[in-house]
Unconditional design. Structure first.
Length: 330
């Protein structure tokens, strides 16, 4: 059953807890991140900034001390971004929670639009867009309020944990799976959507996502490519196991997301591992778990064509030839 919350007029908690996990970041990036939160039109009593240092070699505490009581600094032994986010979530006192990676920042105008949506209509979650540019648009399109289950049934989502603002009570005991370096957001995001009753999507590009060659997602060595694929597979399997615990009306929503993530997994195998035999091995593994062939559904045009092509040996060969070439062209 989706959780719906209403705020009491006497609620003295901060409106938003901003949780910022960091690990070995240049101080100027972290400073810009914190300053982007402080630039928002929020009273000090309405915001809480929690910086969780995941065991950096050099602590940023001295730099953060310049912000005084505006920032709560927490240092922990290195456990990965999932553990850092869990630590911050456990400490958060705000009615809403926003994750912000320490090398990124919030964009003032669009994010204040996100806050305006969260303040009204007892919204549990606001999902927004991101950009690689500091330029922001002035006009935003807002979708209708849907349940999280309905959103999963009918819409494509961006699964990153920083791409939405959510009511803390809606998460309950939900936490990120520790030890997952890649794709940990997907599992948490889907679990959260299945719990919430009122979600609004907006086109506001409220988050500046900085692309860095040294970030985890851009690591290109073979060991990390393999870890990324195994982590993606683990997320898919845990979500598949969740299916049997859900009521019938939610199973269809999760089945769609599992199918889309399986499609992404096959795509990543082709892009990250230049071995047709490895692709065949993984497809056989998916087949054994009932995840292949992909379900015959018309979720999106892209999904439909990908499903058809992966169903045949000729189609898979064509994908192995075309996809890497398309990547190089971009």
């Amino acid at each position: 059953m989706p959780i719906q919350q209403t705020d009491s007029p006497t609620d003295k908690r901060p409106l938003v807890s901003f949780i910022v996990p960091v690990f070995n970041l240049p101080e100027e990036m972290l400073r810009a991140c914190v300053e982007s939160v402080l630039a928002l039109e929020l009273e000090p009593s309405e915001r809480e900034i929690i910086v969780v240092d995941d065991g950096s070699d050099l602590s940023p505490e001295r730099m953060l001390s310049a912000f005084g009581k505006e920032v709560t600094y927490v240092r922990m032994a290195n456990g990965g971004v999932s553990a850092a986010r869990n630590e911050g979530l456990g400490r958060a006192k705000g009615r809403f929670v926003q994750f912000v990676d320490g090398d990124d920042r919030l964009l003032k105008g669009p994010y204040e639009h996100v806050l305006s949506l969260a303040r009204k209509e007892d919204t549990d979650m606001v999902m927004f867009d991101f950009t690689h540019s500091a330029d922001t648009q002035a006009v935003y399109e807002d979708g209708a309020i849907l349940s999280g289950t309905k959103l999963l049934q009918t819409c494509n989502i961006h699964g990153a944990a920083w791409s939405y603002l959510f009511r803390k009570e809606a998460a309950g005991h939900l936490r990120f799976t520790k030890g997952v370096a890649y794709g940990e957001d997907e599992e948490f995001t889907v679990g959260l959507l299945l719990r919430v009753g009122r979600v609004r999507q907006t086109s506001a590009q409220a988050y500046y996502y900085r692309e860095r060659p040294s970030s985890a997602i851009h690591a290109l060595d073979e060991r990390r490519r393999q870890q990324r694929l195994e982590d993606n597979y683990g997320v898919i399997m845990r979500l598949k196991e969740l299916l049997d615990t859900l009521p019938a009306h939610q199973q269809g929503a999760l089945e769609r997301r599992v199918a889309q993530l399986t499609m992404d997994y096959i795509y990543n195998i082709i892009m990250l591992n230049d071995s047709r035999s490895y692709l065949h091995q993984q497809i056989d593994r998916l087949r054994e778990k009932g995840l292949f062939p992909l379900p015959r559904r018309s979720y999106t045009t892209k999904y439909t064509w990908f499903r058809r092509m992966t169903n045949t040996e000729i189609g898979r060969r064509l994908l192995c030839w075309l996809l890497p070439m398309t990547k190089k062209e971009r």
